[in-house]
Design a protein. Sequence first.
Length: 206
Amino acid sequence: MPPIFPSNPNGASVEAIDRCLPQTLCRQCGFEDCASYAEAIATGAAPVNRCAPGGAEGIRRLCAVTGAEELPLDPEYGHEAPFAVAKIRAAECIGCAWCVRACPTDAIVGSAKRLHAVDVTRCTGCARCAPACPMDCIDFVETGTLWTTEDAERARLHHEEAFARSVRRSAEEHRRLEARRAPVGADGAKKTSSLMADILAMARKR
């Protein structure tokens, strides 16, 4: 399929394009993560001006690598804003852990029915935790600092670590459920019922 947008006349690699993106993992660009957006730019499936966190400077970096024409940020995909991190209003937090599951960098610490808090050294300001919170008790506080390329690389590492932990947890849950599968025998129905209860419990947690 021919490219839809002239976003990569230089034929830059996905990796080179991805290094120009802020790795905030906010999804404002319409893609799952920064790497997916980078791939879309590389193949001409998306233009270079959809990254609000990267702003005008990010667009300039992308254009330098890809050779694309420099465009203003598309307002349909957000607006450039000062960097801000999440802050949970402790008095209103019910410990549901929905925000924990929504965070792509494991920046929110706490477990179910326990007070949660934000590790600002891992927070990218992606805001994916906010719509997940049923109490609407997450604010975003400007830090007065700029998001740097060093911050982006650190966020990339944190995301990779968080993803690896998620895969391990899923594998452990799968093994646990497999171990409880009903054997052939008189108590098979009871084992099956227990397995279904576990699966339903897992679904409710997601």
